[in-house]
Design a protein around this ligand. Structure first.
Ligand SMILES: [Zn+2]
Length: 146
């Protein structure tokens, strides 16, 4: 999917060794989260160790791509390049079905229609990387909205 002029023109993400699994998953159209092999806890954001037991034995698992809006805000002013033309846009924390919370955007509906508890599913905004490949930024839309 290409960005429309009213969408956020996301800057290229800079993946670290800790976040590489997350960004590679996004590029495949998947929400990837970490799960600790030692204690079983699922976590996000990606880290080098488990935030619960400090084990470095982490696995990456593909999530369902579904969740619910925990909270949100409508951004009406942002002068940052790539974001100004997208106002108003919705920033939200989404509770994924895997039990972790993700900071993201809600798209595919009027910002006035977003609500806490709304069931949403992952969607991806693709952009061009400096090396000629593409990257994808996860965002969410109401379930059933194409
Ligand atoms: Zn752990």
């Amino acid at each position: 999917m290409t960005n429309e002029s009213t969408e956020i023109d996301h800057p290229e993400p800079h993946a670290s060794w800790e976040t590489r699994g997350y960004w590679e998953g996004a590029g495949r159209g998947e929400i990837v989260v970490q799960r600790c092999r030692a204690c079983g806890v699922t976590q996000h954001k990606p880290r080098g160790v488990c935030a619960t037991c400090l084990s470095g034995d982490l696995d990456h698992v593909v999530g369902s791509g579904r969740g619910t809006v925990y909270t949100y805000t409508v951004t009406n002013q942002n002068q940052a390049p790539g974001f100004a033309q997208a106002c108003p846009y919705v920033m939200a924390y989404v509770d994924l079905d895997e039990g972790v919370r993700l900071l993201t955007n809600i798209v595919g509906c009027d910002p006035a229609d977003v609500a806490i508890g709304m069931v949403v599913e992952a969607d991806f905004a693709f952009g061009d990387r400096s090396d000629g490949e593409q990257f994808a930024v996860p965002r969410f839309r109401p379930v059933g909205v194409a």
